[in-house]
Unconditional design. Structure first.
Length: 261
């Protein structure tokens, strides 16, 4: 049996605490079991210790404990049916890195993934899926490189999110791709091929991310990929056709894949 294509794993799962995902925590687990997943990880949008800003897309610091307890309770309740890991999806925020490391230690998180949604910051930056200038690409890329060097993140979610509406894979876009891919290889960090993006691209009728030129280059340079659902609702665990398409594309571009973290 060829692991990764037949055995199913997913480490990119949200909960309703981020305000743009729907479903009870348990419904995500039940869907994953029904869809035949061996192991999943919850990686909801992390809290940040903001003092002057309230985010609309993440749990609050007060909700961390409830999130952790819910995931650990589900892990125990369904231990005979599926393995469940506790994770978070976090941006790279240099000043909060010590805080993040302390939270990881305190609550015994299994992993965090990098989902770098804003550069330079959530309240003063541009959303990475709305990047339109070379300078914004540069800012995104520099943060991703620093995140990779930090050793904190197990993989890079949607590394090519900066191509969501950026019009062409021009010299700026390609340079950023080369640097991100090279740093991922150097730090042995997988790059995520994101199924939510693939699904949205089909609905929108334009490529967005995953962006094929990025992945073609990643294959040529020798990067390692991981497929992530980025589940914001339980039924996303049934995206088997998208998942098969993702593995076919990665194979076509010559990427190595890993299925677990
Ligand atoms: Zn989200
Ligand atoms: Zn996500």
């Amino acid at each position: 049996m060829k692991k990764g294509e037949t055995m199913k794993y997913n480490y990119h799962t949200h909960t309703a605490r981020c305000h743009h995902a729907v479903g009870r925590d348990e419904e995500f687990v039940l869907a994953a079991i029904e869809a035949g997943y061996e192991e999943i990880g919850f990686s909801d949008h992390c809290a940040w210790p903001y003092t002057d800003f309230v985010s609309g897309m993440r749990m609050t610091e007060e909700e961390i404990e409830g999130y952790v307890n819910s995931v650990k309770a589900l892990r125990e309740k369904y231990k005979d049916k599926i393995k469940i890991k506790l994770g978070w999806e976090c941006e790279y925020v240099e000043e909060y890195l010590p805080w993040l490391k302390e939270i990881i230690r305190k609550y015994d998180f299994d992993y965090v993934i990098l989902g770098h949604h804003f550069s330079p910051s959530e309240n003063s930056g541009v959303y990475s899926g709305c990047i339109l200038t070379a300078q914004e690409i540069e800012n995104y890329k520099n943060d991703v490189l620093k995140a990779l060097e930090s050793g904190v993140y197990s993989y890079v979610a949607h590394p090519d999110i900066y191509m969501k509406i950026y019009p062409h894979f021009d010299e700026h876009a390609e340079k950023a791709a080369r640097e991100i891919i090279a740093k991922a290889i150097e730090t042995k960090t997988p790059l995520e091929y994101n199924l939510l993006g693939l699904s949205n691209g089909k609905k929108d009728g334009r490529e967005g991310y995953p962006y094929s030129a990025f992945w073609k280059l990643a294959g040529e340079m020798g990067a390692t990929a991981i497929v992530g659902i980025d589940a914001h609702f339980p039924d996303a665990f049934f995206w088997d056709e998208l998942r098969d398409e993702a593995f076919e594309t990665l194979k076509k571009y010559g990427l190595k894949t890993v299925s677990t973290i």
